[in-house]
Design a protein around this ligand. Structure first.
Ligand code: 26Q
Length: 841
């Protein structure tokens, strides 16, 4: 007899007969007192802390739990509404979600910021100090990962039924230390002290197959079928992270998969007495979700990376299909109308073949029906223009790890190439060019082509990028299927990147135009009316100054360098990459130093140059560039002739939470990539939103930023993408250097060892790359025009009133760059979902 029934029959007395529902928790109190209560309760009862003197860490956790309490009901009500409506859903498949911190975001979106601050105050503690205890969830490299985080934030705010699917890496993006000017990587064991923001859901565990072989058999009706046998299976255990919308009751889900061994031990080996071997097998399974690949261009050929990709794709698809079959049974006739998978670059693209496998092998659909469903369900976003960054996998490796999936890819390719042959009879070169399988000494699977063939939508992330994809990398495919191609210009969420990180500016804006901008960023254009208002300008100035003071304190702490706040804060933070041209920035810094040393300082604008970003651990040149920045900074900061005219720092361990302090304090945003190389950029948008002016090339979203703000409020320089391409044939950097007195002097300083007195030859690879006629990034070609634009910016900064006007206009014109707009565009053109408000609790 079940215990509950037994209790009712035998034990329940008259006065205890009231029946409760387990889902009817008492309402939560949203006041500061209510939060105090929650914090005390969690501190004592959830965390088992009973002294007042223990570490700040438990106090942070108690606060986080009591904020989290307020998300839980909304989360349930959101799920209930999605279930009841049974409308179309979309899934964002991404190997990266660069979430940063969750607590302050949850408090803001729940409308509990004030109360949380008050509650902590009532407990004699500081709210801000507790927020600092939370480690960043650094499950991403850079732009692509942070974009995924901004997307799911906006979807929750727009009440779109979108679920994020990713991997719960045990170790996120490495921590960067700087030792003697060199980058040193340390593991980021972010889960060590527990994670308040995840709920394990073992009941939704999925099994993922690897290895083995593909086998042909006849089913009961005599039909030919395939199955994948003798596999080594790995479990995928989901951990759900709540994604709150902005004060709208919606809480969406980010589902992150952790790898686990199928059994505590491999029973066969265990019984055979091979205890260590069986434990080792467990390790191999769990390796899959152990660590994020810290490479923001493809890491070639690593088997573990392919394992991660398939693990994510298979677990997520099985999860969606499990839910589908639970509701509709094995009838997939409406599946494509009701589901859409957005592929964040090629990383999860093996999903195309995995969906085919599930539909055919597990649910016995025929090829044509399965293919029709797949190609109406998958949508692909590209994030790169660098041909060398396109993912490829060696066919032998692929076949060993995923034999059944390789079979399916080959069949997709055969059918696709026969279509190509039909459309362009006899054009065998075209077939070779477009084949998903690249021929060569070792055949390769071209993942981007699999994505192009398997998706109904293909988009770039800024206008220029989307145009260049059609003209360049994907021209053949554009010719075949022009209707698939579209642009979706990136954005950032203004909740984190203005409301949260820049409260002083946010308050000023809200005082002027109301708080509608928090969910409708286009309203910022109302600020244009204030650009010439002296009182508003002064408050704008004071806000920027406060933010610069905050950053200056941080820089003093982290780098031991004093930033004078009246100087222009000139900032470049992003991954270190040759195409992003941190080197060009350094050349300009050296040029400024040279001017100071020459006494050419009439009308000088003092500057604080801050650079930051991580280099992929195996990227030799990127690491050299970090060393160069640090050496140049050391010479400049310690030269008494320079003083406060110029300061230079390399800010260590750049990450989401660092950007939250950095972007509000910027005067000048450096967006100086070689034209045609930066797909979009999103840091550029955060800086603009926070009132920085951009110095930039006509690349990525810079073009749209300039269009929005007007050319007079943007410092443009450099060759266009077309000019860069036509220059290559006869590029002669040495002639450019010879003709440019300033650049010549800069190169001399570098080459005479001025910045590496006791480290001879250290920067030779860097100077050689600048002098090489094959320098793909044409650094020397853009130097003169960059220096002139910098002069223009320095001159403009001297006119404070005019600068303030331009700063206000930059914020005012940043409305387009909200991911709310981006998500509405995806939804209008690709997903076609109905917004669904949560059920009334
Ligand atoms: C691939 C294979 C193996 C290992 C790693 C990778 C890998 C991982 C991350 C390849 C690329 C990335 C990240 C790319 C990225 O961040 N791209 C940026 O995406 C932003 C959002 O669209 C754009 O704004 C940037 O322009 C683009 O560089």
């Amino acid at each position: 007899m079940p215990a509950e029934v037994h209790y009712q029959d035998e034990v329940m007395t008259e006065k205890r007969r009231k029946i409760y529902s387990i889902t009817d928790a008492p309402k939560l109190d949203k006041t500061a007192e209510g939060l105090v209560n929650g914090i005390q309760r969690h501190y004592l009862r959830t965390l088992g802390q009973h002294t007042a003197s223990t570490s700040n860490h438990y106090r942070y956790q108690a606060l986080a739990y009591s904020i989290r309490d307020h998300l839980m009901e909304n989360w349930k009500n959101t799920k209930d509404a999605y279930l009841e409506k049974d409308g179309k859903r979309a899934y964002y498949l991404s190997l990266e979600f660069l979430m940063g911190r969750a607590l302050s975001n949850a408090a803001l979106n729940l409308g509990l910021e004030e109360q949380a601050r008050d509650a902590l105050h009532m407990l004699g503690m500081s709210y801000e100090e507790k927020l600092e205890m939370e480690p960043d969830a650094g499950l991403g490299n850079g732009g692509l990962g942070r974009l995924a985080a901004c997307f799911i934030d906006s979807c929750a705010t727009l009440q779109l039924p979108v679920t994020g699917y990713g991997i719960r890496y045990e170790y996120g993006m490495f921590r960067q230390k700087i030792e003697n000017g060199y980058q040193v990587e340390e593991p980021d064991h972010w889960l060590r002290n527990g994670n308040v923001w995840e709920i394990e859901r073992p009941e939704y565990t999925q099994t993922i197959k690897f290895g083995g072989r593909s086998e042909c058999y006849r089913d009961d009706e005599g039909r030919l079928r395939f199955r994948w046998v003798d596999t080594q299976d790995v479990l995928a255990v989901p951990y759900d992270v709540p994604i709150p919308g902005y004060q709208n009751g919606t809480v969406n889900t980010l589902r992150l998969w952790k790898a686990a061994a199928t059994d505590e031990f491999n029973l066969g080996e265990f019984n055979a007495g091979s205890y260590p071997e069986s434990v080792a097998a467990k390790n191999e399974a769990e390796q899959i979700s152990l660590v994020l690949y810290p490479n923001d261009a493809s890491e070639s050929g690593k088997e573990l990376r392919l394992r991660q990709q398939y693990f994510l794709a298979s677990a997520s698809l099985q999860d969606v299909i499990r839910r589908w079959v639970g509701i509709h049974g094995p009838d997939f006739s409406l599946f494509a109308e009701k589901n859409c998978f957005q592929l964040n670059d090629t990383h999860p693209t093996v999903a195309v073949a995995e969906l085919m496998r599930i539909l055919m092998d597990e649910y016995h659909l025929g090829w044509d029906e399965a293919w029709s469903i797949t190609t109406r369900t998958m949508a692909y976003t590209n994030h790169t223009l660098l041909p060398e960054a396109l993912e490829r996998w060696a066919v032998p490796l692929f076949g060993r790890l995923l034999p059944r999936i390789l079979d399916i890819i080959c069949e997709i390719n055969a059918r696709f190439l026969s279509e190509v042959a039909k459309r362009w009879p006899g054009d065998t070169d075209r077939q070779r060019r477009m084949s998903i399988i690249e021929e060569g000494p070792v055949q390769q699977v071209r993942m981007a082509y699999l994505a192009l063939v398997g998706s109904f939508s293909v988009n770039g992330v800024a206008e220029l990028h989307s145009t260049l994809l059609k003209k360049g990398l994907f021209a053949d495919f554009y010719e075949m299927w022009p209707e698939k191609f579209n642009n979706k210009t990136n954005g950032v969420t203004q909740r984190r990147w203005l409301a949260l990180c820049n409260p002083s500016l946010a308050n000023l804006i809200t005082d002027a135009i109301g708080d509608g901008w928090i969910t409708d960023l286009s309203q910022l254009k109302k600020l244009k009316a204030y650009a010439d208002d002296p009182v508003f300008r002064d408050r704008w100035y004071q806000s920027k100054r406060q933010n610069k003071l905050r950053l200056a304190r941080k820089v003093a702490e982290e780098c031991g360098v004093e930033f004078p706040v009246d100087a222009m804060f000139d900032i470049q933070v992003k991954r270190i990459h040759e195409y992003k041209r941190q080197l060009l920035n350094v050349l300009h810094v050296i040029h400024l130093y040279d001017r100071i040393k020459r006494g050419d300082i009439g009308d000088w604008t003092p500057r604080c140059v801050l650079m930051g970003g991580k280099a992929a651990p195996g990227y030799y040149m990127a690491k050299k560039i970090i060393k160069l920045i640090n050496n140049v900074a050391k010479v400049i900061n310690n030269d008494p002739d320079v003083g406060d005219l110029l300061k230079v720092v390399f800010f260590p361990n750049y990450r989401v939470s660092a950007m939250e302090i950095i972007c509000p304090a910027a005067d000048l945003s450096e967006q100086i990539s070689t034209a045609g190389k930066e797909a979009s950029g999103t840091g550029n948008m955060k800086f603009m939103m926070n009132g920085a002016l951009t110095i930039g090339t006509l690349d990525g979203a810079n073009i749209e930023i300039r269009q929005e703000v007007g050319e007079e409020n943007f410092f443009l320089f450099g060759l266009t993408a077309e000019e860069v391409e036509s220059l290559r044939a006869n590029y002669d950097p040495n002639a450019i250097i010879e003709r440019d007195e300033d650049l010549k002097r800069v190169m001399q300083l570098l080459e005479c060892g001025h910045f590496n007195q006791f480290e001879p030859g250290l920067f030779e690879p860097i100077t050689a790359s600048i002098r090489s006629p094959h320098d793909p990034w044409v650094v020397a070609a853009d130097f003169r025009s960059y220096v002139e634009a910098q002069k223009e910016a320095a001159r403009a900064y001297k006119d404070r009133e005019h600068w303030l006007r331009m700063s206000i206009l930059n914020t005012a014109c940043s409305g387009k760059f909200s991911t709310d707009r981006t998500m509405l565009d995806y939804n209008r053109d690709i997903w076609r979902l109905e917004p669904i408000p949560p059920k009334q609790g």
